[in-house]
Design a protein around this ligand. Structure first.
Ligand SMILES: CC(C)(COP(=O)(O)OP(=O)(O)OC[C@H]1O[C@@H](n2cnc3c(N)ncnc32)[C@H](O)[C@@H]1OP(=O)(O)O)[C@@H](O)C(=O)NCCC(=O)NCCS
Length: 160
């Protein structure tokens, strides 16, 4: 079943937070190696209250992906084109959810006059962003006491 994307509402905060937390724990083992000290640091700011604030902020674009009326993905970008969060539910992996969210965020960036989107990829998502046209933009950085973030960027408005 296809997913659709739409602007997130503050009422989506708890469900979106749950999807992101599950995505980190269940899908990003290549990064946190099932070490609770690492994923607990990663999850620290992933609270429903923070999601509500991020969704409500006029400085952000926040999107959810839905399938059969369930939230199965969440994407957050600031208006300078920095993609801060992009996560899919483990129940909807490899069904086009992250692709749909990434392309909707890039469209929103273009609409805001931004010409380049930037992000920091997990190890888990590196292949995904590379195939979406992102290239390395600086050295990998240590994060959460044990994972690597890979700075990447893409000139948008060009095909991937
Ligand atoms: C890897 C991931 C980002 C892909 O997103 P998705 O919504 O599951 O999948 P989509 O159908 O939208 O995208 C498919 C793409 O994923 C990539 N992909 C496919 N199989 C893969 C695999 N086994 N491992 C990693 N990437 C894979 C490919 O690039 C594929 O595109 P292509 O077939 O055109 O080459 C996602 O499954 C994931 O693990 N997310 C974890 C959260 C995360 O790390 N988010 C980024 C934080 S910076």
């Amino acid at each position: 079943m296809q997913c659709t994307t739409r602007q997130a509402l503050t009422a989506d905060a708890a469900a979106a937070c749950d999807v992101v937390r599950r995505s980190i724990i269940e899908l990003c083992a290549e990064d946190h190696r099932d070490d609770p000290r690492i994923f607990e640091r990663w999850l620290e700011n992933k609270t429903a209250a923070n999601f509500e604030a991020w969704i409500a902020s006029e400085r952000n674009v926040a999107l959810v992906a839905e399938r059969a009326d369930q939230i199965v993905g969440f994407g957050l970008m600031d208006l300078s084109g920095v993609i801060v969060l992009l996560y899919v539910s483990p129940d909807a992996r490899f069904c086009g959810v992250s692709k749909a969210l990434l392309s909707a965020l890039e469209e929103a960036a273009m609409a805001a006059g931004v010409r380049e989107t930037k992000l920091e990829s997990s190890n888990t998502a590196l292949r995904f962003y590379t195939s979406a046209g992102y290239t390395p933009d600086g050295d990998p950085r240590h994060e959460y006491c044990g994972t690597y973030c890979h700075p990447m960027s893409r000139e948008i408005g060009r095909s991937a």
